[in-house]
Design a protein around this ligand. Structure first.
Ligand SMILES: [Zn+2]
Length: 166
């Protein structure tokens, strides 16, 4: 399993490659001298599937497509601008073709993109591990529980003590 390690402020610290069968208690991040502790208690189920973050011990993780979100956003923006320009020039057929092309590219990338697991709390990412239907995708209600404190403080609707929304 490859882990992209982040701290509790969700700042990237580095990556490491871990053998789940060995369950090492300490690992060194690649390219650094930094050693981190891993928490394996209850992290893997009986089939060896990860269901708990080994970096921070959070009990909730979600799966997502391991797709560079900036690329997707850039694709949508580029297609929108190109089609608006083409529509303005009266080339509606070309404009529709650009939009259709963007959809086709998006679907092709989606099909060939693998999934990864992400910790709700620290946002460490876990790749090259078993991911199946026992893993749930992102859930907004759970995500709200782990929203960073500085974002929560900026939200005037949030309860000041618990961090929970009313
Ligand atoms: Zn975590």
């Amino acid at each position: 399993m490859r882990i992209s390690v982040t701290n509790l402020d969700r700042e990237p610290l580095g990556t490491t490659l871990v053998d789940e069968c060995e369950r090492p208690e300490h690992v060194t991040l690649q390219g650094t001298d930094r050693i981190i502790d891993l928490q394996w208690d209850g992290a893997l189920d009986e089939h060896g599937r990860l269901h708990r973050c080994v970096v921070c011990g959070c009990r909730e993780i979600f799966k997502r497509y391991d797709f560079p979100q900036r690329f997707g956003l850039l694709l949508v923006i580029a297609a929108a601008i190109a089609s608006i320009v083409l529509f303005a020039r009266g080339q509606a057929l070309w404009a529709m073709g650009v939009l259709l092309g963007a959809v086709v590219i998006d679907r092709i990338v989606y099909v060939f993109t693998k999934e990864c697991l992400v910790c709700y709390r620290c946002r460490s990412e876990f790749r090259e591990t078993c991911i199946d239907s026992s893993h749930e995708p992102w859930d907004l209600a759970i995500g709200e529980k782990y929203r960073p404190a500085r974002q929560a403080a900026a939200d005037p609707n949030q309860h000041p003590d618990t961090g929970a929304l009313p």
